[in-house]
Design a protein around this ligand. Sequence first.
Ligand SMILES: Cc1ncc(COP(=O)(O)O)c(C=O)c1O
Length: 407
Amino acid sequence: MTNMESVRKQFPILNQEVNGHPLVYLDSSATSQKPSSVIDAVSDYYKQYNSNVHRGVHTLGTYATEGYEGAREKVKDFINASSIKEVIFTRGTTTAINTVASSYGRDHLQSGDEIVLTKMEHHSNIIPWQQIAKATGAELKYIPLQEDGTILIEDVEKLVTERTKIVAMTHVSNVLGTINPIKEVAKIAHKQNAVIVVDGAQSVPHMRVDVQDLDADFYAFSAHKMCGPTGIGVLYGKKSLLEKMEPVEFGGEMIDFVNLHDSTWKELPWKFEGGTPIIAGAIGLGKAIDFLNEVGMDNVEAHESELVSYAMEQMNTIDGMTIYGPKKRAGLVTFNLDDVHPHDGATALDSLGIAVRAGHHCAQPLMRELQVAATARASFYLYNNKQDVDLLVDGLKKTKEYFGDVF
Ligand SMILES: Cc1ncc(COP(=O)(O)O)c(C=O)c1O
């Protein structure tokens, strides 16, 4: 078993004080911190071999291309895609989902067709579908949530019909921590000849994901939530689907032949990567994958599972604490504490050096479902430890006392 304290030491940002207290970073669902190896890989690229990829015949260009394409190979292995043709670099999860909606959605949807989502989706997995539904005349249907923030497979079976062309679902909810049964949902979607688009922003960083085993048609995730840099993410898509899809961005890099009045595209995956790509980002993502592989995704998952159980147990001892979502969950806890507004609570915790997120977490429909305007969220990653949880719980008790006196 990896020593998680030695893992933590590899994140230089964690070794600092914020507002006079040691930093307790509990906002990894928003963005994760980066280990030195990733920071160094990005900096080495700029210091030693910064160059554009694919076109150059010179040495630096070759190194940069090797770094960029080598990262694609690492992504392929990490999620068990069957070919590098299925790994498209995007700006992140949002861009990946927009790419599927704008390309696959535009060409496969028409009036009378349905797109099935859940009520726990992040805005990034709602709005692209709303937009494409408006453009094509398709309709959105929502799988309801149970009291504990899970979905029922019977509801999926009822809602996914021969009218359904696309099922779009998060693998892990960024608010509830719910882990959705993607493999079963994929089977139901495929029975109706629909495709499943999975938002993997909160799953790929925290658990072993095998896109072939899940039988996902499309799978989207962001590097910055998995120890990698901002500005880069991945769209996985089955080759058979991507091959028939039109690019959504046109210009340099993605073309084969350009004539005055028409052009042809490169083969997969490059036809979806118009313009100079996110070279440093991909190299950083590749290093992040090396790092996560060294720790082992099973260790990451087990570590977070232990932390989140401990956190829920401790937080539940605080009077007036409401925790949202199911018992069996990914490594995050979304909560409200009595009448303390989550923004006030998060500000009070920040004064103690504890970073949590407050707000609607880009899931306004879900907030309405929970009948709250906002919540606070503590999210864990491989570098957090039990002491972080103890400091959070202690901070919450102090916050409650403070606001108890104020109100
Ligand atoms: C579940 C989920 N989907 C999508 C996103 C969007 O990711 P990005 O902003 O990296 O595109 C997030 C980010 O918070 C998320 O948690």
